[in-house]
Design a protein. Sequence first.
Length: 525
Amino acid sequence: MKDNGLFGSIQLSRKVYNAIAEMGFEEPSPIQIQTIPLVLEGLDVIGQAQTGTGKTAAFGIPIMERISADSRHIQALVLTPTRELAIQVSEELAKIGKLKRIKTCPIYGGQSIDRQINTLRFGVQVVIGTPGRLLDHIRRKTIKLDHVKTLILDEADEMLDMGFIEDIEEIMQSMPSEGRQTLLFSATMPFAIASLARKYMNAPHTITISKEQLTVPLIDQFYYETRDKLEGLCSVLDVETTGKLIIFCRTKKGVDELVASLHARGYMADGLHGDLSQSQRDRVMKKFRDGKLEILVATDVAARGLDIEDITHVVNYDIPQDSESYVHRIGRTGRAGKKGVAFTFIQPREYRQLKLIEKQVKTRIIRKQLPTAADIIDRQRETIKTRLTQTIEQNKFAGYHTIVTDLMADYDVLDIAAAALKLYQEGFKEKTNDHDQVFTNNGSQPGMVRLFINAGRAQKIRPEDVVRTIASEADIPGNSIGVINIYDKFTFVEVPEDVVERVLSVMHRNSIKGCKINVEIARGK
Ligand code: AMP
């Protein structure tokens, strides 16, 4: 794979290949396997995919391949619903096009239009923008789209929901359609999007990720939701009794970074990925097999085909890109009738991908709370007791007797021993799990955040409908939901601060009692 620029079975130019290798990608994700060859051929593609599946690179890689570095014109235009996504996509495309020196630029409202005009004048080859601001530039004639060969609609259903459909049509009409390639990505296919595709796309190929039935062995499956996955992982490692453990990361770079962070925190970990030589791999594997290494951090590719006995835990440090990969990963534990445990770490915005995996695999992944500081201290005390017992039994501490005898002149032996242990425990890292306080209070009870829902009495919504829907969709206990005020056209509901992002993510584009709703954080009272 290294020398001929083959990404899986996809032939790429050296510059693009090297750039994605630098990003740590080892092989294409399922959506990429299907999409990249079609886009390279210049065909129109509709991709049904969620965030987390690798959809950005699915269009980004072939687009960067096809762009001519010599021309300073805008050759590809990506439309995204939000500025965050525009920035994120622009950064990912810039990385893929880095060695080809392709310039990308995000364009969104709220940023100085003059600055954007200057950047555009300077010459960029890929523009990623929100529809409103792009239209602004088109009308002012500060952006030239005559040379755009590929148009990408990213998260088309979101753009529809945000009321951008007319803007999108206007943008599409203001650019050359002759020979234009159009790509459309959307998690769902509402009617308006399907008809947009029919009207503006040329015999599009539709790609969906296969949902074949997958079976999981009997493994206890849990997930942790946190914004700080490293901190979360370390606290779990501190309290869980584990034997051999494999941690999966999405990229080679991710593996290297996690191994370095774990080392810095004193854990015995080593990494396995495609960049290692055979002898390096063998060395790591031997240590792991022999039990001299507790934690193996690996990419999916590196772990494929490894047959290791006695793995007690599998950790998905990055959520798998599809359900098949989830099943492969967790199937590394629970072998030969032994009990296995799988932990998946997610960021709040990845909750939907987790739920999709759960549904496709027909399994139950149970939410687990991260250990608290008190749990960690309790666990450390247990460890101290065990080590102390071992030390007493080994009886090799005579050199310390004089200190104790000296102190015994003034203090009680029990106090001396307890103080020594305190000193010892303070040598352990101090850990707390105080999550970032991101949400400012908006008129809710302490620890709660008030949400606004754009439906109310007029839609026959009752408090129990709100509780039932939020509790079941976000997988939180109904009694954790706070005050609910239902008005004619809208509703306020309080939810615990630590689940607010999840509630927002699952309730977005969702419905209550069949009525389609929008949920956002309520403005201050
Ligand atoms: P997306 O679905 O585009 O939001 O991508 C989710 C994450 O997966 C991003 O951090 C990408 O950089 C990463 N990613 C995309 N393709 C691959 C791949 N083939 N191998 C590893 N990571 C990838």
